[in-house]
Design a protein around this ligand. Structure first.
Ligand code: GGG
Length: 359
């Protein structure tokens, strides 16, 4: 074997449990073909079912168990009928991102050949960009509190946190990504007119970091018009860097503009490799379609491909396996079968099998 990787497999909740087997089917086929050894550890916690039995999303030694891994392959979290969403998210996914310092959430957005685009007149090639979402701070905090709760005087304070260390490192990553691409253009999502302290500061950090990247052109766009341009002029974008919340919203909107969020993968990266990185579809647990075997497994499968690419440093058999999986996804999106989110009637399993058979 060329390479050996330890991977924790965490299906989580809802359709995470349905798309994960297809992710693994394709992953194992690619590993076999490209001589990659995978040691998979199946995790049945980090789920709302586990919470209902144990009163917590994860066991107390979760960090020791997962810290030994090279990567985490994650499905989805959330089952609001039984566990409040903030409890399940803060009890699992956000702990992984913070404790393993996965400070970059890389989310590719691409319109594929054969996928009907909801934006009139767009063809493959018009939409092909990367969202770099800051992943450990920003608007995602549990800092704040409620005063005079339940009274007419009720006051709610929710803090945002931006550190120079946190902003600079994700901005550098985004500039590096832009610098490595043909168009070399970086869009910085901001809202410096309304959010009067953190966002002008974020813009200034981008300007300062950008001085080390004279080959990269940069434009700053307020999040409201930026969102509109995702729909109206998606060809403008190459790499987009955004704070945690803005990046989260943009990375649902972007894939929606390419036909379905069911295709969108993500890589929660610890680029320094001091702890495992995590790979997951952008979509959540989708309680409305869970149990019918109709969820699109492609976001999960593409996430597994991103994992192989990252683990191999973008070289050798890992890169070859990634490229083969992407080619198989492209083929299936052109020729079918398709799940209902893309207008087809195929099952999750049928799409997974079709992709695996092409590897
Ligand atoms: N597979 C992604 C997932 O389960 N997402 C649930 C969610 O609410 N995520 C919010 C976030 O990514 O910050």
């Amino acid at each position: 074997m060329n390479n050996k990787y330890r991977v924790a497999v965490i299906p989580g909740d809802g359709i995470g449990k349905e798309v994960m087997p297809e992710g693994l089917r394709v992953l194992e086929k690619a590993a076999q073909r490209f001589d990659i050894a995978l040691e998979l550890t199946h995790i049945d916690w980090a789920s709302c079912d586990y919470y209902l039995q144990h009163g917590d999303m994860m066991p107390p030694d979760w960090k020791a168990q997962l810290g030994e891994m090279d990567a985490l392959l994650f499905g989805a979290v959330g089952w609001p009928e039984t566990v409040p969403d903030n409890v399940s998210l803060w009890g699992s996914l956000l702990k992984f991102r913070r404790e393993f310092d996965q400070y970059v959430n890389l989310r590719p957005v691409r319109l594929f050949d054969g996928v009907p685009c909801p934006l009139a007149g767009r063809k493959p090639g018009d939409i092909d960009f990367l969202i770099v979402r800051e992943n450990t701070e920003g608007e995602y905090t549990n800092l704040g509190g409620v005063m005079f709760a339940g009274t007419e005087r009720e006051i709610v304070i929710q803090e945002s946190v931006f550190s120079r260390h946190g902003a600079d490192r994700v901005l550098k990553f985004a500039f590096d990504m832009a610098s490595s691409r043909d168009r070399r253009h970086l869009t910085v999502a901001t809202k410096s007119n309304g959010i009067a302290i953190s966002m002008p500061w974020w813009d200034a950090r981008a300007d300062e970091i950008g001085r080390s990247y004279p080959d990269v052109t940069i434009d700053k766009q307020h999040i409201d018009i930026l969102a509109a341009r995702f729909v109206l002029q998606p060809q403008r974008f190459d790499v987009v860097v955004a704070s945690n919340l803005f990046g989260d919203i943009l990375s649902d909107l972007g894939p929606a503009c390419t036909g379905t969020i069911g295709l969108a993968p993500s890589a929660n990266l610890n680029p320094d490799r001091s702890a495992p990185s995590l790979f997951e579809p952008v979509h959540g647990s989708a309680p409305d379609i869970y149990g019918r075997n109709i969820a699109n497994p492609i976001a999960m499968i593409w996430s597994a491909a991103l994992m192989l690419d990252f683990l191999s440093g973008g070289e050798g058999s890992g890169r070859a396996a990634h490229d083969a999986i992407l080619a198989a996804i492209e083929h299936v999106l052109r020729e079918g079968p398709r799940t209902p989110d893309l207008g087809g009637s195929a099952s999750t399993t049928e799409v997974g099998l079709a992709i695996a058979n092409l590897i």
